[in-house]
Design a protein around this ligand. Sequence first.
Ligand code: HEM
Length: 450
Amino acid sequence: MAALKDNKPKENLSSNNTIGTQYIFVALILLLCTLLFGILGALQYVIPGLFRNNFSFEKVRPLHVSSAVFWILLSACGIVNYYLASIKGKLWSNKLYKWQWYLLIIAIILILSSYILGIFGGREYWEFHPVLAVPIIIAWILFIINVFKSINGFRNQPVYIWMWMTGVVFFLFTFLESYLWLIPAFRANVVKDMTIQWKSYGSMVGGWNMLIYGSSIYLLDKISGTEKYSYSRIAFVIYFLGLFNLMFNWGHHIYTLPIPKYIQYISYAVSMTELFLLGRIIYYWKTSINTAKKHYHILSYRFLIAADVWIFLTLLLAIAMSIPAINIYTHGTHITVAHTMGATIGINSFLLLSFVFDMFNTHNQKIIHKITIGLYITLAALFVFWISLIIAGVIKANWQMHNYTSIPFSVMMHTLHPYFISFLIAGIVASIGIFIIVFTLFSYNIKQKS
Ligand code: HEM
């Protein structure tokens, strides 16, 4: 019981707690970079060869994807540090917290600059030179030490603490694993090499999802003022499914490799059940929370509900993609991109923004109104954006499987053009929505400080 009480947020501390704010500030700038490079990439879909000489798609894609990944990682680190400091009164070490910050920022600046200069050397999703992984690894080790020392014990811990501890450790493990290809013995066998590569990526996403889902459960209980979910059976089921998912969800990333099919089916079932349960928790939480509490945390509440809608949309697409007869069609098409972006924007980014608005909770009606407008614009545009990618993916999949010998690639790409245009326009509108949200938050904070 003592541990249980110890995990309740220390009153008044969270309002004075500035831990994590620097992380969030830079993460939001990275979110804006993600949008800028995303729009550039989408423009290059519509006008092939645009900026080919200086700023080709080969540069723009890693700039976009790495900005997105670092927006997620940096904000997740900031939020876990912030919540831990709120719960425990302070972090175990502010020095480690600061060094983690410096190392991550140095790594991110070097990585994005190296892409701009055309220096690569890594693999898909981590295209930067492997030497730049070193500051990230050191920063993460500092993070792990600080998280474990701040928590200080395993007894009677709520589910979010388990999720954070597991997430930080697994992220480092899988990040290191994704660099095993540097050792020649792993590179020698293509199937082994690709299996390890995709296994590590799948598990890495599982690692950051643990940080984000843990923070979601913490926030649900914080808003409702209870500990209903922190110690609930269903939340621990999500935790164990997430843990299983971390270890085995890679099965569905390697469909094209010769491995037993049952591995893929189990991993699909587990990752979907985990997502379904999280969606269900938020859905039931929404019906249980009273009006006063909802209004006190209205922005966090709205972003949580937006994420919940996207959990179910992502699940629908994932269920369709998991059917083997359909999955074989979706590889290398825009359906996979729709799935990844739907999840990283609709679920991860909306959940992260709900934590950000918990951190900077405001009751200024004008600000709430502006941010809500930004959210609604984003939601509507994101749906069109997602559908455009799915339709383009279906057309390409059909061509790949049936017509690639009779219809030239260029003719097929021409038929995708209208969907690329709607993807671009919807992407620009969604970016305007997100820009309104971030800009309003920045200007509000600047005004508060001056
Ligand atoms: C919060 C905002 C966003 C996040 C987190 C995000 C995330 C991602 C991720 C993870 C990928 C890799 C997909 C894969 O390899 O399967 C990707 C690809 C891409 N995204 Fe985004 N994205 C965002 C917004 C946008 C916007 C607003 C646009 C366009 C207006 C856009 C355009 C693109 C393009 C063109 C690609 C490359 C797809 C390809 O390789 O063919 N993104 N994005």
